[in-house]
Design a protein around this ligand. Structure first.
Ligand code: 3HC
Ligand code: NAI
Length: 707
């Protein structure tokens, strides 16, 4: 044995405990030690059966994802778990798998190679590999349909969503649910079956269905995957692999699965998604705010402003079980705010997302108020009033008077300077930006904006809180637009330029949607309201450098009252169902304005559209990184995936640039610089990395070492 696996005895049952924190992944050494333990049990006459269980908070959460990078880079040979799992299945004495926490990926595959599975009722069980751009690679696609049937196996392998232990029991995946102590329940279960014939999953065929029934299942699954997981290869590969289980004997099915698994593992999509997996965990690590920094208990919060954002933010806290005071200036505004919250919740009940009881309790926990009287109880306040420095300052001065010492004072501002807001209080260390994205109760991103004086406790609390709220918190610096919107500016600027240079409006959006983005940049403008940017541009016009090209189409559209979806007209025309239709009037107007401005018209390829928009993101991202407003390139990636609909399978804009090759990206940016002028000046960091043959990922690694 080794220190990753322990073997003990409970009289006639061997207990094999996997102890590989934090999640008992099947790292090198674990399979070998389990195999040795099984061999030992099989020759020990005093032992009748074995139980495999996980130490700590979970059963085996899968293969060790860190190993995949080593295999694809050639640092270690490609290993398969298949022979190890056959070894368990071929044990002459029964093996009972005891599951708590999560049995994911290789963990579930191991469980299915065992002869019986028992679980705590709270356990989660699944094949989430597609989320990493791969498919189950240790016969999961072959054993799962034999246990739960083809339709459910396809769903679990292609969508990657786990099932609860009680559901797994109903499906036939779990043989017994164990309330109370899992280990003693599993040992008792093992004793109960010790003398019975040993069932092997790979020999079962009764649930594999008929060719006709299966054809319909696979067709529907492929259709759904193409729609819901647009652009992703792994879900389709997972369906192919389950189909192989229905058409071939087990061994051949495993070979088919291996081939598909390997193709996926070596794909750019899988590398990108693995980058995202570790990135989502990396963003939580702040070099000068280490783990263990004291945090403030946030048990009650208050939100100021019950508009679009304030209402959504109140719901986010309520959903996490934190009672909220919601303040607005007058009863009418408050009623309107609460009305929207109610409507929102009602539609969640209708769509089956929440139960009526859950919603009633959440609504009870939101208290509408018109004064700051009760604010002295709040551990944290989030301000979401209109965007204007004078108003924000007056609200923060009020908060300074009303709130208890130690309370966190956060602003949801999207453009204003957090330090200037903090100056309105006597406690700038308590002030921080919490930039939620619209709709706040849906979008996962939370940019946490660090002011010059924000205290470490306040930062640590907000980072920790983001998890509790179901958000991905990313710490950013205090610059105009912070990270996400600062990059979005050049991205949308290029989209407009392209339209002004002759690209069709729909062609601009289509190119970016085909690239994988959730929405095109011009349609996004219509959704958010073109007037928002127009107002901001008017305010900051005096800061624009003369002689530098600025886009004009959206300003002109706004002058005509075309603000986007809210006025039913923007870049597109919208019908009563908010469906976008191309509007020939806009196309003609843009052509006319461009002619007046003397902009030559030309055919523009989809490739140029994508390069112009995406490299504008990358170039600005590189500046932000160098200026230190983002801690790491991966932080920028996580922001774009969770707040801006960037396709996860491309890993985020910075990872995408690495994948294309920074030399190539830099060269293209230099071409744009020559053709379009100053706005395309390459970011110095990008130039340096490209010229030294490095990547943003390497930049991150070097900086992590330096920290
Ligand atoms: N391999 C390596 N490291 C893993 C891991 C894995 N399978 N799963 C989690 N970790 C690491 C995380 O990176 C994190 O490390 P850090 O503390 O250094 O940042 C640590 O374990 C804790 O993870 P979380 O912060 O995610 O902890 P949570 O308690 O929030 O969640 C979890 C636990 C639900 C198990 C979640 O980590 C998870 O979903 N893990 C991935 C599971 C997965 O995808 N399994 C399939 C792997 S692929 C596979 O099995 C292929 C097979 O078919 C051959
Ligand atoms: P909104 O106009 O929908 O709501 C603002 C609310 O604040 C109104 O209900 C108003 O009555 C209330 N209010 C004004 N002064 C107040 C005061 N002194 N006390 C209490 N309530 C007061 O505005 P929205 O869109 O919700 O924006 C709020 C903040 O969030 C702004 O700072 C904005 O920049 C930011 N933001 C907006 C996003 C969006 O997509 N709408 C996205 C991210 C941030």
């Amino acid at each position: 044995m080794n220190n990753l696996v322990r073997v003990t005895r409970d009289n006639d049952v061997a207990v094999i405990t996997v102890d590989n924190p934090p999640v008992n992944a099947l790292s090198p050494g674990v399979p070998q030690a389990i195999e040795a333990a099984i061999d030992e049990m099989n020759i020990d006459p005093a032992i009748k059966a074995a139980v495999i269980i996980g130490a700590g908070r979970t059963f085996i959460a899968g293969a060790d994802i860190k190993e995949f990078g080593k295999m694809t880079s050639g640092a270690t040979p490609r290993r398969t778990l298949l022979p190890f799992l056959l070894h368990i299945e071929d044990s002459v004495k029964p093996v009972v798998i005891a599951i708590h926490g999560t049995a994911f990926g290789g963990g579930l595959e191991l469980a299915m190679a065992g002869h019986y599975r028992v679980a705590s009722p709270t356990a989660q069980i699944g094949q989430p590999e597609v989320k990493l751009g791969i498919i189950p690679g240790a016969a999961g696609t072959q054993r799962l349909p034999r246990l739960v049937g083809v339709a459910k196996a396809v769903e679990m392998c292609a969508e990657g969503k786990p099932v609860s232990a009680p559901d797994a029991a109903a499906l036939g995946l779990i043989d017994s649910l164990i309330d109370g102590d899992l280990l003693s329940g599993a040992v008792a279960f093992a004793r109960g079956i010790a003398d019975k014939p040993i069932p092997k999953t790979r020999e079962r065929t009764t649930k594999l269905g008929t060719a006709t029934d299966n054809a319909a299942v696979f067709a529907a699954a492929r259709d759904a995957a193409r729609k819901k997981q647009r652009g992703m290869k792994a879900p389709l590969a997972a369906i192919d692999a389950v189909e192989a289980a229905t058409r071939m004997p087990f061994e051949e099915g495993c070979q088919a699965e291996q081939k598909l698994f390997t193709e996926c593992l070596f794909s750019d999509q899988s590398k990108a998604l693995i980058h995202v997996f570790f990135g989502e965990r990396e963003v939580g690590k702040i070099p000068d705010v280490p783990k263990g920094t004291p945090v403030i208990a946030v048990n009650r919060v208050a939100v100021v402003g019950s508009g679009t954002m304030g209402g959504g933010i109140a719901m986010v806290f309520a959903n996490a079980g934190i009672p909220v005071l919601l303040k607005d200036v007058d009863q009418a505004a408050l009623d309107a705010g609460m009305g929207k919250i109610r409507k929102n919740y009602a539609s969640s009940v209708q769509r089956g997302r929440f139960t009526q009881q859950f919603v009633d309790e959440r609504l009870q926990s939101i208290t509408p108020v018109l004064t700051y009287d009760l604010f002295s109880d709040a551990d944290m306040v989030v301000e979401a009033v209109f965007e204007g420095m004078a108003l924000k300052k007056s609200v923060f001065a009020e908060l300074d008077r009303a709130c208890k010492p130690g309370a966190i004072l956060a602003s949801n501002t999207s453009t204003l300077n957090i330090d200037e807001i903090a100056e309105a209080t006597s406690r700038p260390e308590a002030v921080i930006g919490t930039h939620f994205f619209s709709p706040a109760n849906v979008m996962r991103l939370l940019e946490i904006v660090r002011g010059k004086k924000s205290s470490k406790e306040v930062i640590a609390t907000c980072m920790q809180l983001s998890k509790k709220l179901g958000k991905v918190g990313v710490l950013v610096g205090n610059c105009r637009g912070f990270v996400g919107n600062r990059m979005f500016g050049p991205y949308r600027r290029e989209a407009q330029f392209l339209a002004e240079e002759g690209a069709e409006i729909e062609a601009v959006d289509r190119a970016l949607v085909d690239f994988g983005n959730a929405m095109g940049p011009l349609a996004t403008g219509d959704l958010a309201g073109l007037d928002v940017g127009w107002r901001i541009r008017k305010e900051y016009r005096h800061l624009e450098k003369p002689g530098i090209r600025q886009p004009f189409a959206e300003d002109r559209l706004c002058e005509l009252g075309r603000y986007g979806q809210k006025t039913t007209k923007g870049w597109y025309r919208y019908d009563e169902n908010r469906r976008a239709n191309a509007d020939p009037e806009v196309a003609a107007l843009v052509r006319k304005w461009s002619a007046e401005a003397g902009i030559p018209q030309r055919q523009i390829s989809a490739e140029e559209i994508v390069d112009r928009c995406i490299y504008a993101l990358v170039n600005e991202g590189a500046r932000i990184l160098e200026e230190g407003f983002a801690l790491r390139a991966v932080d920028i990636d996580i922001i774009y995936l969770n707040g801006y609909g960037f396709p996860a399978y491309r890993g985020g804009p910075m990872w995408h640039a690495d994948t294309v090759g920074l030399q190539k990206v830099y060269q293209r940016i230099c071409e744009f610089h020559q053709q379009h002028g100053e706005l395309w000046a390459p970011a110095p960091l990008l130039q340096r990395l490209a010229e030294s043959g490095k990547t943003f990922a390497e930049f991150d690694k070097e900086h992590a070492l330096a920290a």
